[in-house]
Ligand binder design. Structure first.
Ligand SMILES: Cc1cc2nc3c(=O)[nH]c(=O)nc-3n(C[C@H](O)[C@H](O)[C@H](O)COP(=O)(O)OP(=O)(O)OC[C@H]3O[C@@H](n4cnc5c(N)ncnc54)[C@H](O)[C@@H]3O)c2cc1C
Length: 399
């Protein structure tokens, strides 16, 4: 597939959850752009719109609302309360929306449904979404006395130029290494098993985070009384859980989670994802910017990957809108990109560091660490101020 033109203000490589959302945000402020996506729009193998679900914070829901995706937000299942507990210990903590004077703490949506909503908005706005088309190389060139980024599409030898290249191609980005970005990789040597289940007792919009000796187990409320589970374990254990019969899996899950929701009645398709953290500390270079999983792939323990990317998108939209109002400023200048990187630095690194710390604290079977997190949960449960700080962060607001 070829693009319609050979020059755009912005080219976004990757039309997954982050690339498609960014395209909608930038189209809304009149940017001339194209999204280039490797997979066919409704293909089952589209890796971004898969069977997982994402928990969106309140601030993320507000961002989607501003972008006009109200119907999608209304179909997402609200998280009203969160219950945090440790397997085999008494300490637990609860975050309740009524006590925090909020209608809800966030909402959960399946990636597939979010993907469909994004693609419908992309079509409605007439955004050029070029797929299937894979970008194989990117470099800076001079064209008609102007510096531009040039990308090449696989197979058809089409070259496209732009003032700004945005890489939203997920964590397995080849282009960012081609362009010289350095990535720090942390292998947690664990995997997350993801699937949907139905339980005997309705979830009533509670989300659960349960810390087990092998790693955290999250249960998120979905529509029709389903729950999406994300269960971290050693890679061997995840493989075993993936391959065992549904009856054995239900039994293992009931032991790990306890009896709060009764028996596990239905189990959907199980998928396993290796748990790695990939962080690119510098996210801008001349006429190029990284976003979403291309900038950082986080451990899913705190459900922050997409939420952080949405805060980046919102900040970028505002920055570019301001830039376009100023006749002197140019999209291809490096100054505003450096400013953007600095402005986003504290939120990015606080989120990355807190997620990594949580992953280490709550995935470690040592008795000392287990006692500390138990104590932490007890303190949190009886100290409203600490709980509020934690809740504000979880909802995506500055505490
Ligand atoms: C188990 C699990 C649970 C999670 N839960 C949450 C949660 O509750 N809340 C939350 O906020 N986050 C969560 N996340 C994180 C969230 O899913 C990711 O942050 C998000 O999906 C990243 O989207 P992306 O668009 O950056 O990357 P991707 O989803 O990887 O999309 C990249 C896109 O780029 C395309 N592409 C790649 N290379 C090229 C190329 N060269 N040319 C053209 N196209 C290309 C791909 O086909 C793909 O469509 C979770 C992650 C996991 C693994």
């Amino acid at each position: 597939m070829k693009t319609k033109k050979n020059h755009y203000q912005i080219v976004i490589v990757g039309g997954g959850l982050v690339g498609a959302t960014l395209a909608i945000a930038l189209d809304a402020i009149g940017i001339d752009l194209v999204v280039i996506e490797a997979f066919q729009e409704r293909s089952n193998s589209q890796p971004s719109f898969d069977d997982r679900s994402v928990a969106l914070s309140l601030s993320s829901l507000k961002i989607y609302q501003r972008l006009g995706l109200t119907q999608m937000i209304n179909s997402a299942e609200p998280i009203k309360n969160i219950h945090i507990s440790d397997q085999g210990r008494y300490g637990f903590s609860r975050l309740e929306c009524s006590k925090l004077n909020q209608p809800q703490l966030g909402a959960v949506i399946e990636n597939k449904i979010l993907g469909l909503a994004l693609m419908s908005e992309v079509r409605e706005r007439g955004i050029e979404y070029c797929c299937p088309a894979k970008v194989v190389s990117a470099k800076k060139i001079v064209k008609n006395d102007k510096n531009v980024m040039q990308i090449e599409l696989e197979g058809i030898k089409q070259f496209i130029n732009c003032d700004l290249l945005i890489l939203a191609e997920g964590s397995r980005s080849n282009l960012k290494s081609q362009l010289g970005y350095q990535t720090e990789v942390t292998d947690f040597k664990k995997s997350a098993l993801v699937c949907n289940i139905t339980t005997q007792i309705p979830h009533k919009n509670w989300a659960y985070e349960r810390f087990t000796n092998n790693g955290p187990l999250a249960l998120l409320p979905l529509s029709d009384n389903r729950m999406s589970i994300v269960w971290s374990n050693t890679s061997e254990k995840s493989k075993e859980l993936h391959e065992m019969s549904k009856i054995s899996f239900a039994k293992e899950l009931e032991v790990a989670f306890g009896s709060r929701l009764g028996r596990v009645k239905k189990i959907g398709k199980r998928n396993v994802f290796p748990l790695m953290q990939l962080v690119t500390s510098k996210i801008v270079s001349d006429q190029c910017l990284l976003i979403g999983n291309t900038a950082q792939q986080l451990h899913p323990i705190a459900g922050q990957g997409l939420n952080l990317a949405l805060r980046d998108i919102e900040a970028l939209r505002k920055k570019i809108q301001k830039l376009c109002l100023d006749k002197e400023s140019k999209l291809d200048s490096k100054n505003w990109l450096d400013e953007f990187e600095n402005e986003r630095m504290s939120d990015r690194f606080e989120t990355i560091e807190a997620t990594e710390a949580l992953a280490r604290l709550f995935s470690n079977p040592s008795t000392a660490l287990s006692l500390s997190r138990n104590l932490l949960m007890k303190i949190m449960d009886v100290t409203p101020a600490i709980k509020e700080v934690f809740a504000m962060k979880a909802m995506g607001f500055k505490a």
